[in-house]
Design a protein around this ligand. Structure first.
Ligand code: 1GP
Length: 236
């Protein structure tokens, strides 16, 4: 159970982290072999597994195969409590701080407890902040919450700080998977300066340049989903 400690150590050493997000809806168990090879050759430090709509049928099997082929911490990034599996190493225990839907602020979390208590997953309390990105994303649709406007930089930084005060261990700035526009560099910078906990940024980041710019702006960990999904040679 040292995923969080390792993220903090990386942050204090100004070492940047990269997570590849695998959506179980889009990755079959049989396709893992080929992907695993690419992931092992990539600079990824973490694997995130999850999606907004996935119902969890082959999750255990998928995670077992991943663990056998990849030597990185595997962290669940669940859209709902059915996406919890004891086969991962940790879980982003998300609170949708940008929304005002009690289901995603506390109800799912309460319901997840009996399931989580039966696992050894490292629980990573994460303030999750959805930022408007040009079109309606799956998170917005599923959570029935409105993202925060791209221009409300100070309000987003304030929201992130509230998450830190509440006790979140991580803040995740999310534009949504496949977002047209990633979170702006100005917003990343403002949030990074305001909080002292590690900052995760994802959604719509599709190039090496965009990854590096997010790091330079202050992201500690960048999440890449769609770009790798569409092109497994992305990191070559
Ligand atoms: C989505 O932040 C992640 O939750 C990754 O987004 O699929 O756009 O890379 P992309």
């Amino acid at each position: 159970k040292n995923i969080y400690q390792d993220i903090q150590t990386a942050k204090s050493n100004q070492q940047k982290l990269l997570a590849i997000l695998l959506d179980p809806d889009k990755v079959s168990v049989t396709a893992i072999g080929k992907l695993a090879e690419k992931i092992n050759q990539s600079p990824a430090s973490h694997i995130f597994v999850g999606g907004s709509s996935f119902e969890g049928n082959h999750l255990n099997e998928l995670l077992k195969v991943l663990k056998s082929q990849i030597n990185l911490p595997i962290v669940l990034f669940p859209g709902n409590p059915s996406q919890i599996s004891p086969e991962a190493h940790g879980i982003l225990f998300l609170q949708l701080l940008s929304g005002r839907n009690p289901e995603y602020l506390i109800e799912h979390q309460v319901n997840a407890v009996p399931v989580l208590e039966k696992t050894h997953l490292e629980i990573l309390s994460t303030g999750y902040i959805l930022i408007e990105s040009g079109h309606e994303t799956a998170v917005e649709r599923v959570s029935q919450t409105k993202p925060i406007n791209r221009d409300q930089i100070d309000y987003v930084a304030q929201t992130a700080k509230a998450g830190e005060f509440i006790g979140n261990k991580l803040i995740y700035l999310e534009a949504g998977s496949g977002a047209q526009q990633a979170v702006s560099l100005a917003m990343i910078a403002a949030v990074a300066q305001r909080i002292s906990i590690p900052l995760i940024v994802g959604g719509g980041i599709r190039s090496r340049e965009a990854i590096n710019s997010a790091f330079d702006a202050g992201a500690d960990l960048v999440v890449i989903g769609t770009a790798f999904e569409n092109d497994p040679t992305f990191f070559d």
